[in-house]
Design a binder for this molecule. Structure first.
Ligand code: BGC
Length: 888
């Protein structure tokens, strides 16, 4: 699949410049700044339930000319849908080139309201753009007293009937249903969230969802129905508020209390690991509609103990059914046993289509692996049973069923107990994960790189289940922080992760103890407190990546004290500048480097990042103090780990890569450490990694920064053990947990995203897209593709918070082509390698801009061109560029 699409993309690139076409302005006749687009509040499009008193606004700009930026904006927030005047906020013309993280500055916002907003911008010539379309946001319940309901328990189904004298003008439902809920109104399912709400430490925080239910309510009798599953809460509890406003503005409130009715439903068992059992004979048709004649078994719900956590709005994309996959094959490896192959390992479940006698029990079992005899192999799921049952209603009609309150990680589905012989379309695979939008595209002329990218994307997205999980199949699926931190940068390039990690960082802070320590997993179920420093580092590093990728300065301000407490906790555990405790270190490495080296590396990294954060928010004295601490750690690190006899940090790749990556090595150690690393990679291991998840994250960057991208390319194109190609050759469709091929009961998940950290290198090195070191949020870019070995083409595009960024290049015998897209307000340094070409000539859009070692024509957007260090370095402003370098 990816093979074909990559070929198509390459063909497109060579013929018609997809990068330029893809992002070119549809209405070429429009001049000047176009209306701002992609308006967001707190990273989300028209969100409901905003519970931040001063939400932030985001938009993107387009302009018909190059080299443009926003110089001012004018923003209106209104209670009226037309947003003609800003009764809440009229910003006036505010100068500034930022179109992100603009903090609301109007009147206090009230709970449960809808606000409308629009804006226009002024360009470099101070010309106004047209007004944007009107966007909106809804506030959530801003004060605890807005929640009037009680936490109630449930046998499975809950219902509440009420009467409305007239159709409502506006209605919002706020629901926190633990472990999982499904909300119905008048017989209709509300919204498309599944496995909702997101997983938190319920003692600290419970997330609620907000739904616009205006259209589902009617004059007369109405019924709210709620199904509850156990999820991670392992029990059932509901908190619910419905605010209904009539034409006169009068508000009726319905909330959860003991007047609600409850009864057992058709779900007999629901467990995340073990699966769901559903007996369709126990369905109660009409239970979620008015005039339902409650049968025996219905009784009043009772109040239950509150989970304990504060109620917060779920301000991130929900888990959803993202895609439906038709199986590739069905086999019949044993009598009555059918095995379906989806051709792709994924997270989710199966949808079943069947008709047959009432009471027939169909069993579905899920696996990532098959035995040679064609039967499913569930050994690597450990204690997770991963087994669903559907018991037929048997009314003659086709019954379509899928579970609600479980999920599996699988490629194969075994069906037994099917009445008759199933057909290929008796089952569909349902791909289920947090609905983050794709943000990146990468492709290259060497097919194995596209295939690795496929592993990374599927491994990444299918492990987003409201938190970043380690895996999605076995008895784990935890928010392991080490896995989260190594994958975060890759994830932020491939997906829009801003709201997701905002939520996750808050989950981490919720787990912080008074001594500043945090935990290996968040929410904390498995692992230890304090976290292994290579796991705990997720807290400062993901916060810092949020700043680097999304410019989230407010997050740094809000989290600074807590992050500082964390670094101070590390300091309290350090001995003479060394942090020695470590549980996992360079986890799953083939050649393991000492845990204390990894821990001290992160102690240094976290301290440096904290110093950078302090500088960012103008805490200069603290920045200096943490710089000083970092200096002390550096000295201790070199004293302890650099061995003057072997002239290295040790005999493993990771031991030498880590200090080189972060500048822990001084001039004295750098050369020897690099030689050791190079020898190990090239001569001892023939361009194979022996690193675990920590070393793997940094080693390719070290190779590129030392001018050895070709070696990184060699490593990534290997197909024998240990390599990504080895996984592919052995049928992987998602990344494995370990380099080894294992399929037994030991630790060997076949969908673990952590080794996918290298995905960031694809964009940075091969597509060449980098945020300049002194910049954030892609305001200043360095476009510097590594045109290595036999790679003839690579392209990458990123939908950044500031707009589209792209680079696509190809090289031939005597030419290099490079197309770049730079968003309005950004600037870039573009590096085009000249290889051994002489008599260089550079054209842009067909016009000669550089020849005879000098600038020939000045074109809009191009600020300078110079030949330096084997490159042509072109400084450009915003816009789209098509360069072609030729020579002899
Ligand atoms: C998980 C890992 C995790 C590790 C801690 C494993 O069981 O699946 O990915 O980080 O434990 O070492």
């Amino acid at each position: 699949m990816s093979a074909i699409s990559a070929v198509v993309m390459l063909a497109l690139f060579l013929t018609s410049s997809p990068l330029l076409a893809q992002t070119s302005l549809s209405a070429a006749s429009l001049k000047g700044a176009l209306a701002p687009y992609d308006l967001r509040v707190e990273y989300l499009t028209n969100p409901l339930g905003v519970d931040t008193p001063q939400p932030r606004f985001f938009w993107k700009n387009r302009h018909s000319e190059r080299g443009q930026s926003q110089t001012a904006f004018e923003l209106i927030v209104s209670s009226s849908p037309s947003a003609d005047t800003g009764d809440l906020w009229e910003s006036g013309k505010m100068s500034g080139d930022s179109s992100i993280q603009i903090v609301y500055g109007g009147k206090p916002l009230a709970s449960n309201r809808t606000y409308y907003w629009k804006l226009r911008i002024y360009d470099s010539e101070d010309k106004a753009s047209p007004w944007s379309e009107v966007a909106r946001f809804d506030t959530g319940l801003l004060s605890p007293s807005d929640w009037k309901g009680q936490w109630i328990g449930s046998d499975g189904l809950l219902r509440r009937e009420f009467t409305l004298p007239e159709e409502p003008r506006r209605a919002r439902a706020y629901i926190a249903g633990l472990g999982y809920y499904e909300l119905h109104l008048n017989g209709r399912r509300v919204g498309n969230h599944v496995l909702d709400p997101g997983w938190t430490d319920y003692k600290k925080r419970v997330l609620y969802a907000t739904y616009d239910v205006t259209r589902l309510l009617r004059q007369g009798k109405n019924v709210i129905g709620v199904m509850l599953g156990q999820g991670w809460y392992k029990s059932r509890a509901l908190m619910f508020e419905l605010y209904i406003e009539d034409a006169s503005g009068k508000v009726t409130e319905i909330h959860s209390d003991t007047s609600w009715q409850t009864a057992p439903g058709p779900i007999l068992e629901d467990s995340i690991y073990n699966g769901e059992t559903y007996d369709a004979r126990l369905e109660q048709p009409g239970w979620d509609r008015p005039d339902f004649a409650a049968a025996a078994g219905w009784h009043q719900a009772s109040a239950v103990e509150a989970p304990g956590g504060v109620l917060s709005s779920q301000m991130m994309p929900a888990i959803q059914v993202i895609e439906t996959i038709v199986p590739l094959t069905m086999t019949n490896p044993a009598p009555g046993v059918y095995v379906f192959d989806l051709g792709q390992n994924l997270s989710g479940w199966a949808q079943l289509r069947v008709s047959g006698p009432a009471g027939t029990d169909i069993r579905l079992r899920f696996s990532e692996l098959l035995y040679d005899n064609g039967l499913i192999n569930q050994e690597n799921l450990r204690s997770a049973r991963a087994e669903d049952h559907y018991i037929l209603r048997g009314d003659g009609a086709t019954e379509v069923w899928e579970p609600r309150f479980t999920y599996h990680g699988f490629r194969y589905i075994e069906v037994t107990g099917f009445p008759g012989t199933p057909r290929l379309d008796s089952l569909r695979g349902r791909v289920v994960h947090t609905a983050v939008s794709p943000a990146g595209n990468f492709s290259a002329s060497t097919q194995i790189l596209n295939d690795i990218q496929h592993l990374i994307l599927w491994g990444q997205k299918t492990n987003l289940h409201s938190i970043p999980t380690d895996c999605c199949q076995r008895d784990e699926r935890m928010g392991w922080m080490g896995d989260a931190q190594v994958t975060a940068e890759e994830a932020m390039m491939n997906y829009d992760m801003a709201a997701f990690y905002t939520n996750f960082l808050r989950n981490i802070r919720d787990e912080q103890a008074a001594d500043g320590s945090i935990t290996d997993t968040v929410p904390h179920i498995w692992g230890q407190r304090p976290a292994d420093p290579a796991w705990g580092t997720a807290y400062p590093l993901i916060a810092w990546y949020m700043y680097q990728n999304y410019g989230d300065r407010r997050l740094i301000e809000d989290y600074y004290d807590s992050l500082k407490k964390y670094v101070e906790f590390l300091r309290s555990k350090a001995e003479n500048g060394l942090l020695k405790y470590s549980y996992y270190g360079d986890w799953v490495a083939i050649e393991k480097c000492p845990g204390s080296l990894v821990s001290t590396f992160y102690y240094y990294y976290d301290t440096k990042v904290l110093a950078d954060m302090a500088r960012l928010i103008n805490k200069t004295a603290e920045a200096q103090a943490y710089d000083k601490l970092a200096g002390d750690i550096k000295a201790a690190f070199n004293r302890e780990f650099f061995d003057p006899k072997t002239r290295s940090y040790g005999p493993t790749q990771t031991a030498n890569a880590l200090p080189l990556f972060i500048g822990l090595a001084t001039d004295k150690e750098r050369g020897p450490a690099w030689s050791e690393l190079f020898n190990d990679l090239v001569y001892e291991h023939d361009s194979h990694l022996t690193t675990g998840i920590i070393g793997t994250k940094y080693i390719l960057d070290v190779l590129t920064s030392t001018g050895n991208s070709d070696l990184a390319y060699d490593i990534l194109t290997r197909t024998d053990f240990p390599s990504y190609g080895y996984m592919l050759k052995n049928g992987a469709t998602t990344l494995w947990e370990i380099w080894q091929k294992r399929e037994g009961p030991s630790m060997n998940s076949h969908n673990h995203p952590m080794l996918g950290s290298i995905g960031a290198w694809f964009y940075r090195a091969l597509a060449g897209i980098n945020i300049a070191p002194d910049s954030a949020a892609y305001k200043k870019l360095v476009i510097k593709p590594q045109m290595v070995r036999d790679l003839t083409h690579a392209s990458g595009s990123l939908s950044t918070i500031n707009g589209e960024v792209g680079c696509a290049w190809s090289k031939g015998d005597c030419h290099v082509k490079l197309e770049a897209v730079i968003p309005v307000g950004s600037e870039a340094l573009i590096y085009i390698p000249v290889f051994k070409l002489r008599n260089l000539q550079l054209t842009e859009g067909g016009t000669v801009v550089f020849a005879d070692s000098q600038l020939k024509t000045s074109l809009p957007g191009i600020k300078s061109i110079e030949a330096k260090g084997g490159n042509l370095i072109i400084q450009v402003g915003s816009g789209r560029y098509a360069f072609k370098l030729t020579g002899e």
